[in-house]
Design a binder for this molecule. Structure first.
Ligand SMILES: [Zn+2]
Length: 72
């Protein structure tokens, strides 16, 4: 199954005939609860690094950032 960025629509590069991604991307999944207008709905999105940078760069408050202790 091919992966696409939900924001810009570009395909996330994967190793040929596999699902191993050759670039990093963000996955956000949300199961909406009782006090939302989407109660019982589950949503998932994939965002490429470039879209993530422009999107979060528009936020009023910067993201929390910390160093990974162990790089995989
Ligand atoms: Zn994108």
């Amino acid at each position: 199954m091919k992966l696409f960025c939900n924001c810009c629509g570009k395909e996330i590069l994967t190793k040929e005939n596999s699902q191993i991604a050759l670039e990093d991307y963000v996955v956000i999944e949300k199961s909406w609860g009782y006090f939302s207008k989407k109660d019982g709905i589950r949503q998932k999105m994939i965002i490429c690094e470039s879209c993530f940078e422009s999107w979060t760069g528009s936020f009023a408050r910067p993201l929390q950032e910390m160093e990974e202790q162990e790089l995989l």
